[in-house]
Design a protein around this ligand. Structure first.
Ligand code: ZN
Length: 500
């Protein structure tokens, strides 16, 4: 089969030049200069073809343009008219509201298009016989061609880069023949793929099904031809754009927070429909960081590497956190902007954040996994009923790690199942409080997930051993601070320094 013969046959079937190149299996940049590529492939140019550029600059309306012939295989998808319509519709949408440098097109194609590819496949088999494979499409499939042809053109015209994680432009297309042809397709499907048993549900018609099952090795041309023409019929009307919907990218903003208040919950604290605390770490951070990226603050997800109790502070370098912001309007955060957000959060007096930055989505694994293996560093203020003795101090200097068994504390039983969990305590280091001889300041390093309050007082033997059982005396915990979290993420950035 010579390229010239193939192209001449395609031309006789009303196939456009871009689609001719698809059947010549052109790649990437070869679609940019049609004539050059045709010549390179030893195909004579068609003198009779209307110059599309000329038609548009003459100001001929699309309806008149249709009479010049809509491609029977792509239904005008690759025509200049359609490219212009698509471009103008994107510009008329909320596109300008998104400050994103990267975009991706998600085009939902009518099923009529896929049916037409199959019709042409059959037609080529009849015309060129065995040189046309019955398992591998004779053309570059439409979906792939959209990526090769439409994507680069639209990206270039909009001056945006391509990225699968960029602003998603969802484009719905239809064709006036779609309903009628889908109806016929349902009948064809019953005949081509009869249900094997009466009780078996018939398979739903879908684009995926068309892709997988509708090829000459699986559907007979004779069956197909009962419902559709081979080669496909010419059409008057071009494909139509029904809607454009924009979906901004998912942006992840990470940082570290310090919790300075002993009266602040991690997330909104609601019990029996009643709000117990006015504010929360989650809300304070989202309130000051969220609006830069989205109007819908309620859609933002707050995550952190563990959490502390309401009355526990988190000091030192702070606790890593991340906000997952869907459908973001912006993808960037300058140091200036980040610093302004950090200061706004600090002004709450209850939470302080730093190292605020946009991070790649893949890095979220740092916060989501390995939680149990991490070490946590605490400082506890504890009280005895008697002055601290040298013996007690010696008993609470433990540098070798040891294991404890910890039953779920009674205070969290309403939200956690009852289990006994082994936990490792890496070290304990106590000293007497300078102003109170009955008080101890104890630094404790534990495996993540250890309940510290119960580790101290033992909770009636539900945690064994406990610091109280080790010294053989009752001990209360009066205040607790988290002083370190064993996660070196996100990397440190000093947003207050504008010049690097
Ligand atoms: Zn075409």
């Amino acid at each position: 089969m010579k390229n010239q013969d193939l192209v001449e046959y395609l031309r006789s079937c009303g196939v456009c030049e871009i689609c001719q190149l698809r059947y010549l299996k052109a790649r990437g940049a070869e679609y940019r200069n049609i004539n050059e590529t045709l010549q390179k492939l030893d195909v004579k140019l068609n003198e009779n073809v209307e110059n599309e550029e000329l038609v548009i600059s003459d100001g001929i309306q699309p309806s008149k343009r249709a009479r010049l012939g809509v491609c029977s295989t792509c239904l005008g998808l690759f025509s200049k008219d359609f490219q212009n319509e698509l471009l103008n519709s994107i510009l008329a949408s909320d596109f300008a509201k998104y400050d994103c440098q990267k975009i991706v097109l998600a085009i939902c194609l009518p099923m009529s298009l896929q049916l037409r590819q199959l019709a042409m496949w059959f037609a080529l088999q009849r015309r060129f016989g065995a040189s046309i494979d019955e398992n591998n499409p004779p053309d570059v499939p439409i979906k792939e061609a959209v990526k090769l042809i439409l994507h680069p053109i639209i990206c270039e015209k909009l001056a945006k880069g391509y990225d699968a994680n960029g602003l998603m432009i969802n484009i719905d297309l239809t064709h006036s023949l779609e309903d009628e042809e889908v109806e016929k397709l349902v009948k064809l499907n019953k005949e081509a793929f009869p249900a094997k048993a009466s009780h078996q549900k018939r398979i739903e018609i879908s684009r995926g099904l068309l892709e997988k099952q509708y090829q000459p090795s699986k559907v007979k041309a004779e069956t197909y031809e009962k419902y559709f023409q081979i080669p496909c019929s010419n059409v008057e009307e071009s494909i139509k754009l029904t809607s454009i919907d924009l979906q901004g990218p998912l942006i992840c903003v990470a940082g570290r927070y310090r919790k300075l208040s002993r009266e602040l919950s991690h997330t909104p604290w609601i019990l029996n429909g009643q709000r117990l605390m006015e504010d929360s770490i989650e809300e304070i951070i989202i309130r000051h960081v969220g609006p830069h990226f989205t109007e819908k603050l309620g859609k933002i997800t707050f995550m952190s590497s563990g959490r502390e109790d309401v009355d526990v502070r988190c000091l030192g370098k702070g606790r890593p956190f991340v906000l997952e912001i869907p459908n973001a309007r912006r993808t960037c955060l300058t140091k200036d902007e980040a610093f302004a957000m950090e200061r706004a959060v600090d002004a709450s007096g209850m939470v302080s954040i730093h190292h605020l930055q946009v991070v790649p989505r893949e890095e979220l694994t740092h916060i989501k996994t390995g939680e149990e293996q991490k070490k946590k560093f605490y400082r506890a203020l504890c009280a005895l009923h008697e002055p601290v003795s040298v013996k007690i101090l010696e008993q609470l200097q433990i540098s070798a790690s040891f294991n404890i068994q910890q039953k779920t504390p009674i205070r969290v039983l309403h939200r956690r199942p009852l289990h006994t969990r082994p936990r490792t305590i890496y070290s304990v280091n106590a000293r007497v409080h300078r102003e109170n001889p009955k008080a101890l300041i104890i630094d404790i390093v534990t495996q993540a997930g250890t309940y510290i309050k119960e580790l101290v007082h033992g909770e009636f033997g539900r945690t064994t051993p406990s610091l109280s059982s080790i010294i053989g005396k009752p001990m209360d915990i009066q205040a607790l601070d988290v002083v370190g979290i064993d996660l070196d993420w996100p990397h440190e950035v000093d947003n207050s320094k504008q010049k690097e």
